[in-house]
Design a protein around this ligand. Structure first.
Ligand code: SF4
Ligand code: SF4
Length: 304
């Protein structure tokens, strides 16, 4: 149970968020809008044709929307699915590599549907720059994908990082990413924004290292740790630099989650690795009921 041992105030903050509260995921729905196409790092397991693999199931292509289209879609869906409590931006690239689009979308939604909770996922590279803006917009949940706290291990996962108009390769780039992730985590803590950390478990690369990642993020105040399996399937095409890399078995994943759960960190075990345009309860995919075309049919009076 992800809520045991929490104080009442924190419980109230997460009770309607299906990812942060295991209990809530049976009753409340979330949606993602795919407004953020660009990315500023390269993960070796990412195939850029598809959604960001840090939050999403690989091999899925989400339909890209403008902030205006996204806000319209949210309103239509909120009208049809009353349990819709959370709106997240998780891709298809990195939301903070597309700050204008991401923040414009949040602004429009906050204005038109103030009851909907806002949520954001990022690789963390630009997070320290935007924590104030995130706080100001009342975004109460942020996910950072942290796969390592050791840049030598990170160099096997990230071939390059693009930071402030410059590309850094290998360990040099990973050091920047690591620093920014740690600063971002700290800044979220100080701003009292709940932070979930996603880690992608990659056998032979970071599987033995993730217990250390768990300890570090816990000491820095992360609220929840979500260790997800690398999903690698030949039909997703060649990954940038991990061709032939296998994902963990369910048994290996559970063993690692159990090991980290021992440390008393809240451990998320109900993540479904949703698409960047997911709609509905976790585990139920209604995205195809709400494509751009179908939304237009539902609301013929709406024109952009
Ligand atoms: Fe791909 Fe996401 Fe990594 Fe960017 S952060 S390279 S979109 S998996
Ligand atoms: Fe929640 Fe996992 Fe889906 Fe993100 S990918 S919305 S954490 S279930």
């Amino acid at each position: 149970d992800t809520t045991s041992g929490l104080d009442e105030k924190t419980k109230a903050r997460i009770e309607k968020h299906p990812c942060y509260s295991e209990e809530a995921h049976h009753h409340y729905a979330r949606m993602h809008v795919a407004v953020a196409p660009a990315c500023n790092i390269q993960c070796n397991y990412c195939n850029r044709k598809y959604d960001c693999a840090n939050e999403s199931r690989p091999g899925v292509v989400s339909e890209l929307l403008t902030p205006e289209e996204a806000a319209h879609k949210v309103l239509v869906i909120a009208g049809k699915i009353p349990q819709m409590t959370v709106l997240g931006i998780a891709g298809p690239g990195d939301p903070l590599a597309n700050p204008e689009k991401t923040f414009r979308t949040f602004e429009l939604i906050a204005e038109k549907a103030p009851d909907i909770k806002l949520c954001l996922s990022t690789n963390g590279l630009m997070l320290p720059d935007y924590v104030d803006r995130i706080k100001q917009l009342n975004v109460d949940h942020v996910t950072i994908t942290i796969n390592m706290v050791d840049p030598e291990i990170g160099a096997k996962i990230y071939p390059w990082v693009h930071y402030r108009r410059k590309r850094y390769r290998g360990v040099e780039g990973v050091k920047i990413l690591h620093e920014k992730q740690m600063e971002g985590l700290q800044a979220l803590k100080e701003a009292d924004i709940l932070c979930k950390v996603n880690s992608v478990m990659i056998p032979g690369i970071n599987d033995e290292h993730l217990a250390e990642v768990d300890a570090v993020i816990r000491s820095k105040g992360a609220f929840l740790h979500n260790i997800m399996p690398l999903i690698s399937a030949p039909e997703h095409g060649t990954h940038f630099g991990l061709t032939g890399q296998r994902g963990p078995t369910p048994k290996e994943l559970k063993a690692l989650q159990d090991k980290c759960a021992d440390s008393n960190m809240k451990m998320m075990r109900h993540c479904r690795q949703c698409r960047a345009d997911a709609v509905g309860l976790l585990g139920e995919d209604r995205s195809q009921e709400f494509t751009k075309e179908k939304i237009m049919e539902m609301t013929p009076e709406y024109s952009l």
